[in-house]
Design a protein around this ligand. Structure first.
Ligand SMILES: *[C@@H]1O[C@H](CO)[C@@H](O)[C@H](O)[C@H]1NC(C)=O
Length: 171
């Protein structure tokens, strides 16, 4: 290689990948604070807002947004199961969960609003309220002969919220 193309080569290797790696570096830093790192990366890496984020605050906001999406997804699945399950204790527990998830979703939305206003104390308190109501739903299935048909979804939701809380704790 002549000196000019060597220089171009070095520039391409350094400048351009550095720009790409810097974006990912922020996501990696944020997810490094979380317990469920793989889930955190799966959530943030494909998100365009997260990808162009310049600070942890934006990544926390995106994490909260996906936590809300997941809560809505869990709620829809609960309602679907209610319709397909016959009368009995499982349906009874699912109906109870639907009532609790009205509050779960409202509290996550309230937390997003508080976070946008820079009110971290209120954000944390509202997320705690969301957790309390999510756990009330889970408790409806504890100590029963039947297994919760929604445990995989509620576990994923709890992990996504925990990740958002871990990122919020570092801003
Ligand atoms: C944060 O939000 C709470 C609850 O909505 C409110 O009582 C409090 O005054 C807010 N704090 C600030 C600094 O805005």
């Amino acid at each position: 290689m002549n000196p000019i193309s060597s220089l171009v080569f070095v520039l391409l290797l350094t400048v351009f990948p550095t720009q790409i790696l810097c974006q990912t570096a922020l996501i990696e830093e944020a997810c490094g604070y979380t317990i469920y790192k793989v889930l955190c990366l799966e959530t943030l890496v494909p998100d365009s807002e997260a990808h162009s984020a310049k600070d942890l605050k934006t990544l926390a906001k995106v994490s909260l947004k996906h936590t809300e999406y997941e809560a809505n997804f869990v709620d829809s699945n609960i309602e679907g199961l209610e319709e397909s399950s016959g009368p009995g204790p499982v349906r009874h527990a699912l109906v109870f969960c639907t009532k609790k998830y009205v509050t779960v979703i409202a509290k996550i939305q309230a937390a997003e609003t508080s976070f946008a206003q820079g009110n971290i104390t209120a954000t944390k308190a509202q997320l705690t309220d969301a957790t309390i109501n999510r756990q009330l739903c889970d408790k409806g299935f504890e100590g029963k002969r039947y297994k919760s048909p929604i445990s995989d979804w509620t576990t994923k939701l709890s992990q996504m919220q925990n990740n958002a809380e871990s990122i919020i704790a570092h801003i």
